[in-house]
Ligand binder design. Structure first.
Ligand SMILES: Nc1ncnc2c1ncn2[C@@H]1O[C@H](COP(=O)(O)OP(=O)(O)OP(=O)(O)O)[C@@H](O)[C@H]1O
Ligand SMILES: [Mg+2]
Length: 668
């Protein structure tokens, strides 16, 4: 599975949005419930008020009937006609009242409750109505008006058309409670009864009038007009009213699918149980005929307080639901808009946070690449600013440490180089002195052995020379023998000088003076006649040294220089004081032929010479070197072939005598 890598910004935005969206969804769900419930609760409150208004319409109608009946019963002419037994007049008179006031029934009984005039069905008279509760009460002198159920037979008496109007076949609906019959022949009426009284206030008869509510839509339509003002929603009545006989719709403006009034349908079982059986009011949503309504049901009671029917008002739930849905839709749209805005704001605000971080990332990458000069440019004063400052500080320190390391590496290299050079030099010197030492031993041995025989040869050849007359060939030959033997003796002497050097006699010595003395001895010689000598003397303190040995060294160097210049050139002698290193330097610079680089390392070797045989022994510099060594000094050479050489004698600035180096070669 591939792991998705999200940028910091995306994570930021996603987590913010997640919180907002989840919160939004929860509040949307809760909000929609709340809105819906509030709206429904309001609707229920309204429907409750509407039911009260419906009752007013209902009772107004009952009151109308009561008033018509009361007024008619109390008319003088009616009383007269009744007392006079003039039923034809009564019939005519009452019939006009019935038709004028739109009553379905208007009937007169005598004082025993026997019908004497039945305006709607004049042929049928003489039946006894005294068992009727309302008639009973009227006969006792009261004026009563109540809803009442009238049986089919009774309705037939009042008029066959009425019985037909009342007859309703049931139309099955889903939620209805089952009934034994599948039709209803009884009728629900609003009925009023009043006694007709004589002068002494004795009842002489009872007048009762009624309207049949089965298939009579006057009340329900009036309720619709007055209470709901004929309001419609998508072509359908919002407000509906129904009158039930028991659980049967006998008068309604609830329409079925065909748009017909839904009479003949039965009440749903649960409402029936609550209202009819338990006598409670029902205010809730209910499925009426074919749709959901917010409804209010209340029982209709007869004079005895028995529940005989129900008055219902209901409002289509749909407009409320739609309103709630519309509200939620608006809310959702607004919330989505808010999320969008929030997203944009988040996008830009996170940019503010992310940008410094991105700078840091770039900086770390630069640093990883080795650019330690990179700086994070964040000027904010928040945590990021502090972070950037510490970051820069860290990089600065890193840079400094790095520089130190590089510097250290560089000096280390130089130091190693210097040290290596020193070591090589030391090794070379060591080699040199070892070589000198071993050569010295050899030379000393040979010289020692040769020295005595040579002495004897010289003495005897001298004696022979004295005895031989001059100007003879023998004399000349002997002279040559003496000369060459002397030369041998001289070489052996120098050899022994080198191999077994005398101990220096250390005394305070003026170096400039010593150089002058050496020059003084040499200057007169023919070799120096054409040599310009330049002296560049520094003021020097006296040092502890052997002046005669140093003089010998200086002479050796000066002679070598003169020979290198073939007796023609400039010899510059420069003495100087190096206080810093506590040294005295005596430099002899000639303009001679110089020394070849390959010879440079060998010139201090005994017997190394470039001069022709018989001219140089190659011991001059070897002896000089060993003398200077005994003085704890060195001789340095710089030379360029064809241009000249500089021999520099370097001596320590010693103001007191020292035993160092004494006896170093004394065994040889
Ligand atoms: N100033 C100089 N210029 C050029 N070459 C020099 C100089 N000094 C010394 N040399 C070289 O160094 C060699 C050794 O010198 P060194 O004095 O030891 O011996 P030498 O002069 O040859 O003989 P001698 O024993 O008579 O001094 C010389 O043969 C010469 O080649
Ligand atoms: Mg020499």
């Amino acid at each position: 599975m591939r792991q998705v890598i999200l940028s910091l910004r995306t994570k930021f935005i996603l987590s913010f949005l997640a919180v907002i969206i989840i919160g939004g969804l929860i509040s949307l769900i809760i909000g929609s419930r709340l809105v819906r419930n509030t709206l429904i609760a309001q609707a229920q409150l309204k429907v409750k008020h509407d039911l009260a208004a419906a009752w007013m319409v209902f009772n107004e109608k009952l009151n109308d009937i009561r008033q018509i009946v009361t007024l008619t019963a109390s008319r003088e002419s009616i009383v007269e006609a009744l007392r006079g037994g003039n039923s034809n007049l009564l019939l005519r008179y009452l019939n006009r009242v019935r038709t004028d006031f739109g009553l379905d029934i208007l009937t007169m009984t005598d004082s025993s409750g026997k019908v004497i005039v039945r305006t709607r069905n004049p042929q049928v008279v003489g039946d006894d109505q005294s068992q009727d509760e309302l008639i009973k009460l009227a006969l006792k002198g009261s004026v009563v008006a109540y809803p009442q159920i009238i049986s089919g037979e009774q309705l037939l008496l009042e008029g066959a058309d009425l019985a037909a109007q009342a007859f309703i076949e049931f139309i099955p609906t889903l939620r209805a409670a089952p009934r034994a019959q599948n039709f209803e022949s009884r009728g629900l009426v609003l009925k009023a009864a009043a006694a007709v009284l004589d002068e002494r206030h004795h009842p002489v008869g009872v007048l009762y009038g009624a309207i049949l509510l089965n298939r009579n839509y006057e009340i329900v339509d009036r309720i619709k007009e007055i209470v709901f003002k004929g309001e419609k929603y998508k072509g359908r009545d919002v407000g509906t009213a129904t009158i039930f006989l028991d659980d049967l719709r006998i008068s309604t403006n609830v329409r079925n699918e065909k748009g017909e009034r839904a009479i003949g349908t039965l009440l749903s079982a649960e409402v029936k149980r609550a209202v009819l059986d338990e006598g409670k009011a029902w205010i809730d949503r209910a499925f009426v005929v074919n749709d959901w309504y917010i409804t209010a049901y209340e029982p209709i009671k007869n004079v005895e307080g028995q529940i005989i029917g129900i008055l219902y008002v209901g409002m289509l739930e749909k407009p409320y639901i739609d309103t709630a849905n519309r509200l939620m839709l608006t809310f959702t749209a607004m919330a989505s808009l808010c999320v969008l805005f929030l997203f944009i704001i988040l996008y830009f605000s996170t940019t503010q946070i992310i940008r410094p971080l991105q700078k840091m990332v770039v900086a770390t990458q630069e640093i990883a690449r080795g650019d330690l000069s990179h700086k994070v440019e964040i000027k904010t004063r928040d945590e990021l600013g502090i972070l950037a400052a510490s970051f820069n500080e860290m990089i600065e320190q890193l840079r400094r440490a790095n520089e130190e390391l590089i510097e250290w590496g560089r000096t280390l290299e130089k130091k190693v180089e210097e040290r290596t050079k020193e070591l090589t030099e030391m090794q070379a010197k060591l080699l040199q002195s070892e070589k000198l030492a071993s050569l010295g031993k050899l030379a000393a041995g040979v010289a020692h052995e040769i020295n005595n025989p040579l002495g004897a040869i010289l003495i005897y050849s001298h004696l022979l020379l004295e005895e031989t007359p001059k100007n003879t060939p023998s004399y000349e030959n002997l002279k040559k023998i003496v000369k060459e033997t002397s030369r041998c003796k001289d070489i052996v002497k120098r050899l022994l000088e080198f191999a077994r050097p005398k101990e220096p006699e250390m005394v305070p010595t003026d170096i400039n003076e010593t150089v002058d003395r050496a020059l003084g001895i040499l200057e007169k010689q023919a070799l120096f006649q054409n040599i310009i000598i330049k002296k560049e003397y520094d003021q020097l303190p006296r040092i502890i040294a052997d002046p005669s040995q140093l003089q010998q060294v200086f002479m050796n160097i000066i002679i070598n220089a003169a020979e290198a210049m073939n007796g023609q050139g400039t010899l510059t002698i420069k003495t100087s004081l190096d206080l810093e290193h506590q040294k005295i330097k005596i430099a002899f610079t000639d303009t001679g032929h110089g020394i070849r680089p390959e010879d440079l390392s060998r010139i201090f070797e005994p017997f190394f010479t470039t001069k022709e045989v018989g001219k140089g022994t190659g011991l001059g510099l070897a002896i000089s070197y060993s003398i200077i060594q005994k003085h704890q000094g060195t001789i340095e050479v710089q030379s360029q072939v064809g241009r000249g050489s500089t021999f520099t004698v370097i001596l320590p600035l010693r103001r007191e005598s020292s035993d160092d180096g004494k006896n170093s070669n004394s065994n040889n």
